[in-house]
Design a protein. Structure first.
Length: 247
């Protein structure tokens, strides 16, 4: 599933190429494009969610899910494929949304309701690290599971959690409540740095995820299940003490 860095990458592309758009349609017919009568005047991401803000007060809320993607075209764009859920044609870019988990028209209150259920996003200027880290350390669940909880910190998925925990040398099985102040602050800063680099590049630099050997230490990478997902751990990472492991 696309993680938060990609939504911020897309938001930048859409701000650069789509702002000022007046043309929105749904070739597939499964999106109420007729509800939008204004001009696209803002695009922002929060976690794994993307919001297009229109001048008529309408907001298009997109969650890509596992299959969703945006396909971009130069202007003028080719005829859309029948499976395009939403097409937006801007001054410098045309964007086709295909197979999203969610694409809906809401108002500003609807956007606020979505965001209210999300934790701070490390890539947003309004992110409060203190709030995020307090929420993260409020559970005895493994840190590898807590990082996937979008209500604690938003935007992190299976790749980001493996890579950031490897970068800071924290075992994914360590209880989140056992993180020291220094560990938590280091983890947040590493998240900000990694997600910023990933958003700029449009992809996450992978050192352990789906690799047989860690590219940093050349040590074997082992897999285990944490939070219902496969977790990738470098053999060089110190294991959580048995007395600290969650029951």
């Amino acid at each position: 599933m696309p993680e938060g860095h990609l939504l911020h990458h897309l938001a930048r592309q859409h701000r650069d190429g789509l702002l000022g758009a007046r043309e929105v349609s749904s070739p597939q017919g499964r999106f109420d494009a007729a509800a939008i009568t204004g001009v696209l005047e803002g695009v922002e991401a929060h976690g794994k969610h993307l919001f297009h803000g229109w001048s008529d007060g309408m907001v298009v809320h997109v969650h890509l899910g596992k299959q969703g993607l945006f396909v971009h075209h130069d202007i003028p764009p080719p005829a859309p494929r029948p499976q395009v859920r939403m097409r937006v044609v801007g001054p410098r870019l045309a964007s086709d949304l295909i197979a999203p988990l969610l694409c809906e028209v809401v108002d500003e209150a609807g956007q606020e309701a979505v965001v209210a259920g999300l934790g701070p996003d490390p890539l947003r200027a309004d992110a409060d690290a203190t709030v995020a880290l307090s929420a993260l350390r409020a559970t005895t669940s493994p840190i590898g599971a807590a990082l996937l909880d979008q209500s604690r910190i938003s935007g992190i998925g299976n790749v980001l959690r493996a890579e950031v925990l490897h970068l800071v040398g924290i075992d994914g099985e360590r209880p989140a409540s056992a993180l020291s102040d220094a560990d938590a602050e280091g983890l947040w800063q590493a998240l900000v740095d990694l997600m910023r680099r990933s958003a700029e590049a449009g992809e996450i630099p992978k050192t352990v995820y789906r690799r047989e050997r860690c590219t940093l230490h050349q040590a074997p990478v082992h897999t285990l299940t944490i939070g219902g997902r496969t977790f990738y751990r470098c053999a060089s990472t110190p294991l959580a003490s048995p007395r600290l492991r969650s029951p």
